[in-house]
Design a protein around this ligand. Structure first.
Ligand code: FEO
Ligand code: CA
Ligand code: CA
Length: 690
């Protein structure tokens, strides 16, 4: 008899997730008190000084951005003026004999919302499983056997709950690419038959440690289609887990705040945890956000523990019984060594991944880099919590081109020196002033305004009065509180457009917005009790790399298009797919934005959508696929010939367990439900959506 269910909250999750997902993925984050209780709407002396110092610069910057944006095709109000005939149910124009209509790259018949226990794809497309949880990827690792799983086997096998995905070139290896995957969290109830959450065994705990982390796996392409499969052997195949060696680098490395009884240096860390989304750098490495790390730690007590959501009692998985580093009473600084952005060099199987302290510590959803015009990396980052913040890091060093050893070594230091900023956004529509918004489109026709990047620290110099630079990096949330950053609706994945440079930030939802005692709707977060989320579009002034001003507007306000409180960049709403809870975002080779969802609130399973961001079809959103029962769509990668998605936590619904599965995906009834990576491609071998 399992004792789990009575302990689970029966409250429906704000974003539509099951209680099981909430418990194991985020440590029930949405049922806890909002950790951000700061009163930072008050523009105190620090901010007043900062703003007055910059006001001239900022005004100039925003004007420049606005005029630059005006040169991009079909922007500004009335973006939906391209009025084409409505699509029929197959996504085709009535009477037209051609294939599906749409922006180039999005010419497919949209998938209808549904609740099938399958990955459903458009007509004319096919799919294959690239790799499953437990598939061996290292020499000597055994074939997955659910009933005989061991920690040793798991350490050589693909981890659990795949999230972020990256496909990188493998020069000299024709038809192959290198896939990098995150394994965000484990769900022991679905992994182990008869799992007792009050009495996990050491073997179960060690399997979970080995199922976390990252995987590097070479994949082989099929010549005639976009199908790819993972290779069980390759010199670059690699697993990094909750116990592998990692190194802290950057300005806070070695800080007393990062030292423990085991590591007096404050530099050497075991493991990475809760890797959610990530990014690819222009110099050939990958970035991985450590998100809900708080849930693995027990017996927190300090104010900073509270701000990061570390509970005062035992942890859900009880790891503290097996390794004292997870007990904050015994190792108060161990939790400070998680919540960072990890940089991995997947081309060097012996490299030690680095946790980059210059990028700050919070619940990192993702880290998306681009270069300034003078070649310095900028990394955009969201802190996925209700009412938390949006950040960027600007390196002080320029990237070196080429693949020489010297260039690679130099580029591996780019994320250690620079300035960390947090965003403050101001709307321009008076009806949204002072948190009084209603969700209605403002009278000026757009949810938009200007913003300022507030510097928090540069190297060893803190810009936050009352905090040292080490404190700014290790307790970045508190630094954001002090400088009056804008409280956002769960900033998740972010991606700069490779075509326009504009940056897109997914804000998943926030049903606490506007509740008594909580901030009300503002122009960037325009709905109270926000169930469906929105996507923000930001334009930087790239002519001036030192600029700290930006312009922003909402690109999408998600939901049922019939709901008047939705907005699709001005595109006619009768021609778009319903969408709820945008989470991961990625660009295709044509400049369209692809959006995966987490927690659909419209009665369908989660899915993947494509939307044009420029041209006459800007805002035309179409659903490309849906995922099975209980699953979330993660890690989308859109290449010319394939779409790659991570199907995370299939079957994770209330009441489900390993012995009583709620899904038969991917291998049919009677088989273990296994998170897996799926490739989708056109049966005729042509490119996606053309
Ligand atoms: Fe792991 Fe914020 O999703
Ligand atoms: Ca406005
Ligand atoms: Ca996510």
């Amino acid at each position: 008899m399992r004792r789990l269910l009575p302990l689970l909250s029966t409250k429906p999750h704000a974003g539509g997730r099951s209680a099981l997902t909430c418990r194991y993925r985020c440590g029930d984050a949405c049922f806890q008190e909002v950790p951000n209780t700061s009163d930072n709407e008050y523009a105190g002396d620090i901010i007043a000084r900062a703003l007055s110092r910059r006001s001239m610069v900022r005004t100039a910057a925003v004007v420049t951005v606005a005029s630059a944006a005006a040169t991009v095709p079909v922007l500004g109000a009335g973006t939906g003026q391209a009025v084409a005939a409505p699509l029929d149910q197959r996504g085709q124009r009535p009477g037209g004999g051609r294939g599906p209509d749409g922006a180039r790259g999005l010419r497919f018949a949209p998938v209808a919302p549904n609740k099938k226990d399958a990955v459903t794809v458009p007509s004319g497309y096919s799919q294959n499983i690239v790799i499953r949880w437990g598939d061996p990827i290292l020499r000597g690792a055994p074939t997955f056997r659910a009933e005989r799983q061991t920690a040793k086997a798991q350490a050589g096998q693909f981890g659990y709950n795949n999230d972020f995905l990256s496909l990188l070139p493998l020069p000299g290896e024709r038809g192959r690419q290198l896939m990098v995957a995150n394994h965000e969290y484990t769900d022991e109830v679905l992994m182990f038959r008869g799992y007792d959450p009050e009495k996990p065994t050491r073997e179960q705990v060690e399997i979970a440690w080995a199922a976390h982390g990252l995987s590097v796996v070479a994949v082989q392409e099929e010549r005639r289609t976009g199908r790819i499969i993972a290779l069980s052997r390759h010199p670059l195949n690699r697993r990094l887990t909750a116990t592998s060696a990692f190194e802290m680098t950057g300005p806070a490395a070695g800080s007393p705040l990062l030292r423990t009884s085991v590591d007096r240096s404050g530099v050497r860390v075991r493991g990475t945890l809760n890797n959610c989304a990530g990014g690819e750098t222009p110099w050939g490495t990958t970035l991985h956000g450590e998100e809900n790390f708080n849930q693995y730690f027990a017996h927190g007590s300090s104010a900073t523990d509270k701000r990061y959501g570390i509970g005062t009692g035992p942890s859900e998985r009880k790891w503290e019984r097996f390794d004292k580093r997870f007990d904050v009473r015994q190792e108060p600084n161990e939790s400070h060594r998680f919540g960072w952005v990890v940089e991995l060099d997947p081309y060097d199987a012996d490299s030690v991944p680095r946790k980059r302290t210059a990028l700050g510590r919070f619940k990192h959803e993702a880290a998306a880099p681009r270069l300034t015009e003078d070649g310095r990396p900028v990394v955009y980052m969201g802190d996925d919590e209700r009412f938390d913040y949006f950040y960027k890091f600007v390196s002080s060093k320029r990237m070196k081109k080429g693949t020489s050893r010297a260039a690679r070594e130099h580029n591996l230091t780019l994320l250690d020196e620079g300035t960390l900023y947090v965003a403050k956004l101001t709307g321009d529509s008076p009806e949204y002033a002072a948190g009084s918004g209603t969700g209605a489109l403002p009278a000026d026709g757009e949810f938009d305004g200007s913003g300022v990047w507030i510097p928090l620290a540069t190297g060893d110099v803190s810009h936050v009065p009352g905090m040292t630079s080490d404190e700014v990096y290790v307790f970045t949330r508190l630094a954001g509180d002090k400088v009056g950053a804008t409280k956002m609706d769960r900033p998740e994945d972010v991606e700069p457009s490779p075509r326009t440079g504009r940056v897109y930030l997914a804000l998943t939802n926030n049903t606490d917005r506007g509740k008594p005692g909580k901030p009300g709707a503002d122009e960037a977060n325009p709905r109270n009790l926000n169930k469906h989320g929105q996507i923000l579009e930001l334009a930087e002034n790239w002519d001036d790399p030192a600029s700290d001003g930006f312009a922003w507007r909402l690109f999408l306000v998600a939901g049922d298009p019939k709901d008047p409180q939705t907005y699709f960049a001005g595109f006619p709403k009768e021609r778009v797919s319903p969408i709820s809870c945008p989470d991961n975002v990625a660009f295709d080779p044509h400049g369209n934005l692809w959006i995966s969802t987490d927690g659909n609130q419209l009665g369908s399973h989660d899915g993947l959508f494509g939307v044009a961001t420029h041209g006459e079809r800007r805002g035309e959103l179409k659903q490309f696929l849906t995922v099975p029962i209980g699953a979330e769509t993660c890690g989308p990668v859109i290449q010319d010939r394939r779409v790659l998605v991570a199907v995370q936590h299939p079957g994770e619904v209330d009441g489900a367990s390993a012995q009583k599965p709620a899904s038969a995906w991917p291998d049919g009834p009677g088989r273990m439900v296994r998170p897996s990576v799926v490739a989708v491609w056109r049966k005729d071998g042509a490119d996606i959506g053309v």
